[in-house]
Design a binder for this molecule. Structure first.
Ligand SMILES: Cc1ncc(COP(=O)(O)O)c(C=O)c1O
Length: 406
């Protein structure tokens, strides 16, 4: 019993104090609260397709449940799903993955956790291009590692690129890993084949681990050419690959993802995986097989629709003198610069986001959610939202910025 000092249950593991949650969810809760009070809110906040999971995938899950397929499965995932994933990777890419190299996870988020937790030692430095999806840095910090953010370069009208020279000059004797996300959240960038190859040259030269999260690999616009790290020579020596079903098949609530790593490390990663989640949901795994092996028409239609939305968003936002817009090349996000607006009004990007939400009924996310300094001058706009809302909401944004800036 404690009679002095703080209660034992209040003394959390200190590294937990270093991590932060996903502010996308915080802003979403604010928007929901306003909606409940009767306000109409147009949301550009969420990173999930506004489509329900295709019917044939839902049907397979129902069938699995009705057949009583409701228990634990192998931690690595049911063999049919691992084989389907291998089929997908090897037919989609010039890859040679074997099913013994695949671990099915409860969403790509758990794959990120398992991948990073398997390698990060206290003091290790992990290079993360800034801006980035928030989760990578949190896992790095939780295991005593240090995220080293390297700003990406921004060109109005084009968008974002990796800054390969800055990445190389950030490498020290403590650097363990580089985290790549391609296509990229929050910028909608798809990195060129040249950029991926140059990055990989650095990885090989300094003997680093490249963790590549390619969860948006089916969201590609125009004739953009996408290079997966699984197509790189000798990838097994350097690469841990992450993907999932949430985005491609509109399956965010099903919690289904996977990672690919060389065979030798799979048993230890499985020890970690079984300790965290035992296995991915059994019926969701059956649905995952149907997703890969069934018709891709719904996916293709959705991506075509998203491409049109990206165009509309770009066209409308480009009308604003305060927004440096560009055409997203992939994923379903634009991360336009709003620095002219912020310096004229002396507002922070969070001030802007709150004004847009409370006074104009439009939710965008502050760039600071992603999670370092580049985002101070940007907002993230998700176009995984219906087209009529995109047209109306982006017009409201343009008008709001004009009005507030006076
Ligand atoms: C880059 C990236 N990786 C991983 C995830 C998490 O995906 P999942 O729902 O499969 O856990 C997201 C979700 O927004 C993401 O944007």
């Amino acid at each position: 019993m404690s009679t002095m000092g703080i209660d034992p249950t209040l003394s959390l593991q200190p590294l937990l104090g270093e991590i932060s949650g996903e502010s996308a969810f915080t802003y979403l809760a604010l928007a929901r609260e306003l909606s409940r009070k009767g306000r109409r809110i147009i949301s550009f906040g969420i990173g999930q397709p506004d489509y329900v999971t295709p019917a044939h995938i839902r049907e397979e899950a129902k069938k699995a449940l009705d057949e009583g397929f409701t228990g634990y499965t192998e931690t690595a995932g049911i063999p049919e799903l691992r084989e389907s994933i291998v089929y997908y990777l090897n037919s989609h890419y010039k890859a040679d993955v074997d099913s013994s190299e695949v671990i099915v996870t409860t969403g790509a988020k758990t794959a990120i956790f398992v991948a990073l937790a398997s390698y990060i030692r206290p003091g290790d430095e992990v290079i993360i291009p800034d801006p980035s999806y928030y989760a990578y840095a949190q896992v790095v910090k939780l295991f005593g590692g240090k995220p080293i953010y390297v700003p990406m370069s921004f060109e109005p009208g084009y968008g974002f690129r990796l800054d390969i020279n800055s990445i190389e000059s950030s490498i020290t004797s403590k650097t363990r890993m580089i985290v790549l996300n391609n296509p990229h959240n929050p910028t909608g960038a798809v990195f060129t084949r040249d950029q991926i190859e140059s990055l990989y040259d650095i990885v090989v030269k300094y003997k680093l681990i490249l963790v590549s999260d390619e969860i948006y690999d089916n969201f590609l616009y125009g004739n953009i050419s996408f290079k997966s790290v699984l197509e790189l020579p000798d990838w097994r020596s350097y690469v841990i690959y992450i993907n999932g079903f949430s985005k491609t098949f509109s399956m965010t609530g099903w919690r289904l993802g996977y990672l690919v790593a060389r065979r030798e490390v799979i048993p230890k990663m499985l020890d970690l995986a079984v300790t965290i989640y035992s296995c991915a949901p059994s019926f969701a795994q059956r649905a995952g097989v149907a997703a890969i092996k069934g018709s891709w028409d719904p996916v293709n239609e959705m991506v075509k629709e998203f491409e049109k939305r990206a165009e509309i968003l770009y066209r409308i936002l480009s009308e604003s003198e305060y927004i440096d817009a560009y055409k997203p090349q992939g994923a379903f996000y634009m991360f336009p610069r709003v620095s002219k607006f912020l310096s004229k009004t002396r507002m922070t990007v969070e001030d802007l986001v709150r004004r847009l939400l409370y006074d104009y009924g439009v939710l965008v996310l502050p760039g600071t959610a992603f999670p370092e300094t580049v985002g101070l001058n940007h907002v993230r706009i998700s176009f995984a939202t219906k087209t009529s809302d995109i047209i109306e909401g982006s017009r409201v944004i343009v008008e709001a910025l004009r009005e507030i800036a006076g």
